[in-house]
Design a protein around this ligand. Structure first.
Ligand SMILES: Cc1ncc(COP(=O)(O)O)c(C=O)c1O
Length: 413
């Protein structure tokens, strides 16, 4: 059987691959500390589980409306109005099978072959394949660690052409863990205001997990951007609900054209999300919100812990995480050096595999995150404080045993 060129061109998710490898090593009894996880290590709050269980027993086991039930969509709209300041109603909302699928559908709805999608990098591994599946042309805007992985308004201005269809923004960021401040975001918006043909797809999946003084600002809450922003979010990260697969989009502009297009595609692909999880959406966005602060505080403590520990790694540069649960150290100071196991480190790829083989610490090589990613590894701090301390200690000791000289520094991509 022949595989289509389109399917063959898509790489598997490197982050899910690491998670699967760690799971398999642990099942074999290996002593592994996994910094690969892209999901909270908490369980879903009981009030949310109960809502789904009750719905099951109530017989809500039939097909649900494609965009989501009116009550679930109203709960999403109320959250976006109250927490994010986005002027929207339930008609502007679609609920989909995870924010991952929402991003896919939004790009399918907006991008024609040849359209350009401007993406600050390092960026989440799935954006590039999704842009390519939509036939779009990826325009990368690389941002380096020294700039906190943030692009400048001038960079954005220079990247926009008449072919630009979408500016795809993810703040707080996976994999960088950094976040645009409201002022920085307004700086980017000032550029976008001059280019009315550009739609913003704002992936705000980590927006509740922030560790600075200011909350994350939603682009769609800025009046001038309301009608040309697709805000994407979901329950996975905020409510520890990754396995539930619930994401959503809000797009008030264009007479609801984007939402209609997404719903039409969804109706032909998955029909809707699982029907008995609709009441759980309502429960999460009302009663479930109370438990989010506890989880956020735990992540904030871990962000500080892991940042402090990584700063003890000689030569490694690492911005402090301000959101999400990732940290993205630049480990290029090790390139050219030799590990205790005899591996010459050439890239984040063989850094990560030697680290796993030699001291049982799993990190995600930054290569698939694009931009300067190949000089970095992503570490998730959605693991216990004890594991963070043990894992970072093992890396520090291992780094201390590297021999040979570092390769001359090359310019960051
Ligand atoms: C930036 C970003 N967007 C979207 C998602 C997808 O989340 P979901 O579980 O809702 O599909 C992830 C998950 O890793 C992510 O990191």
């Amino acid at each position: 059987m022949n595989i289509s060129k389109r399917a063959a061109a898509i790489p598997p998710s490197s982050t899910l691959a690491i998670t699967a490898k760690v799971r398999e090593m642990k099942a074999r009894g290996a002593d592994v500390i996994g910094f690969g996880a892209g999901e909270p290590d908490f369980t879903t709050p009981a009030v949310i589980c109960d809502a789904a269980i009750d719905a099951l027993h109530d017989g809500q086991t039939h097909y649900a409306p494609t965009p989501g039930t009116p009550a679930a969509r109203e709960a999403v709209a109320a959250k976006l109005r109250e927490e994010n300041g986005i002027d929207c109603t339930a008609d502007h909302i679609t609920i989909n099978n995870g924010a991952k699928f929402t991003v896919y559908l939004a790009l399918q709805a907006l991008v024609d072959p040849g359209d350009e999608v401007v993406l600050p990098t390092p960026a989440w591994v799935s954006y590039k394949p999704m842009i390519e599946l939509a036939g779009g042309t990826l325009v990368e805007l690389p941002a380096v660690a020294a700039a906190d992985f943030k692009i400048t308004p001038a960079q954005l201005e220079a990247a926009i052409t008449p072919r630009t269809r979408v500016f795809l923004l993810n703040s707080p960021s996976n994999p960088c863990g950094t976040m645009y401040t409201p002022d920085e975001l307004r700086g980017l918006v000032a550029v976008l205001e001059r280019h009315e043909h550009v739609t913003v797809v704002s992936d705000e999946i980590y927006e509740q997990l922030v560790y600075g003084d200011e909350p994350a600002l939603s682009v769609g809450s800025i009046d001038s951007m309301r009608d040309r922003t697709v805000t994407i979010n979901g329950l996975s990260k905020t409510f520890a609900m990754t396995g539930w697969r619930i994401g959503y989009a809000c797009a008030p502009g264009g007479g609801g054209a984007v939402i209609k297009a997404i719903n039409t595609m969804q109706s032909q692909m998955t029909s809707s999300i699982t029907s008995f999880t609709m009441p759980a959406v309502e429960a999460a966005l009302t009663d479930g919100r109370a438990e989010v602060e506890g989880m956020r505080r735990t992540f904030a403590g871990r962000a500080e812990l892991i940042h402090g520990l990584i700063r003890q790694w000689e030569g490694v540069v690492c911005p402090r995480p301000m959101g999400a649960f990732y940290i993205f150290p630049d480990i290029s100071c090790t390139f050219g050096r030799v590990t205790p196991g005899g591996v010459v480190i050439e890239s984040a790829l063989n850094f990560a595999s030697a680290l796993l083989d030699e001291v049982g610490v799993a990190v995600v090589p930054g290569n698939d995150f694009l931009g300067p990613g190949p000089r970095h590894v992503r570490m998730s701090f959605a693991i216990s404080e004890e594991q963070i301390a043990e894992g970072c200690g093992r890396v520090r000791e291992w780094l201390g045993k590297l021999t040979g000289n570092a390769a001359p520094a090359s310019n960051p991509a």
